[in-house]
Design a protein. Structure first.
Length: 277
């Protein structure tokens, strides 16, 4: 923000139908030292890959009528952890953070990819002109659960269409090193761990995080997650939450899909080598 501090955690929303000029990374190569330093500062470690994720590909639509409004008079001067609710970015910046209009304008203009090419004088001139995008920005302090989503869409060109995992997501995840079991086995897994809602479904995938990782599958169901190692005994390790009562049936599923699972692991290992070495 204007004083150099980060505003987090907070959910940024927009009422704009366009994906452009909102500061979303577009899967480009990270070349600037400042950007790499920012990753190191926020994550505590150096970036393992020099590419950003393309966050313009997915659009989540929700109805904000159920979200409570952040009361400016109630929260001004209070600790950040006490903030709760929805507020227009401009109002929050002006009345709570007491930031300048020129800063808000510069922030809005900086989300234009061509902004970095502008001269100092051009940037100064732009700071006096309000960009349209900042009027569409909203901030929500709190978490928004998937059951509140109205739809999840995928960008094809400049149009958004309903998201389909096996059409849009599978190959994208695989190219990032996360390899899900094929539809046949995922559907069997969903029979054992039924989807929680339309937008949060159980997952079972291979993901290699280090060169010496033991081959394994990661299973996620709601707030719980566990690992099934591809050893002789199909050892299970709980990493969060609790194991489902039918864990033996899930181990049988992994056994039946062993060839598929080992193939997924091999791809994950190759992606690890591609991204991190």
């Amino acid at each position: 923000m204007e004083l150099g501090n980060d505003l987090a955690p907070v959910v940024w929303l927009t009422t704009s139908p366009s994906w452009k000029n909102h500061g979303l990374p577009e899967g480009s190569l990270i070349t600037g030292k400042g950007d790499l330093d920012l990753v190191r500062q926020r994550e505590g470690v150096s970036s393992k890959t020099l590419y950003s994720m393309d966050k313009t590909k997915i659009r989540i639509e929700l109805d904000d009528t159920y979200l409570q409004t952040l009361d400016i008079s109630a929260y001004r001067g209070t600790d950040r952890q006490d903030w709760s609710g929805l507020i227009d970015f401009e109002k929050f910046s002006k009345y709570i953070l007491r930031e300048s209009k020129n800063f808000r304008n510069r922030l809005g203009h900086s989300t234009d990819p061509s902004y970095k090419a502008f001269s100092k004088d051009e940037r100064t001139a732009l700071s006096c002109k309000k960009p349209k995008n900042i009027s569409t920005w909203k901030l929500y302090f709190g978490s928004i659960q998937p059951e509140r989503f109205m739809s999840v869409k995928y960008r094809e060109g400049n149009e958004y269409v309903p998201f389909d995992f096996f059409k849009h997501g599978y190959s994208a995840m695989e190219s990032s090193g996360v390899v899900y079991l094929r539809e046949k086995y995922l559907k069997q897994f969903h029979g054992l761990c039924p989807p929680i809602n339309d937008f949060e479904v159980p997952k079972i995938a291979a993901f290699c995080t280090s060169a010496d990782s033991i081959p394994h599958l990661i299973c996620k169901y709601g707030e719980s997650s566990w690992i099934v190692y591809l050893d002789e005994d199909l050892t299970v390790e709980l990493t969060r939450g609790f194991l489902p009562e039918n864990i033996d049936n899930i181990r049988t599923l992994v056994l039946n899909s062993r060839i598929e699972a080992e193939r997924a692991w091999d791809i994950a290992v190759k992606r690890y080598q591609f991204f991190y070495k």
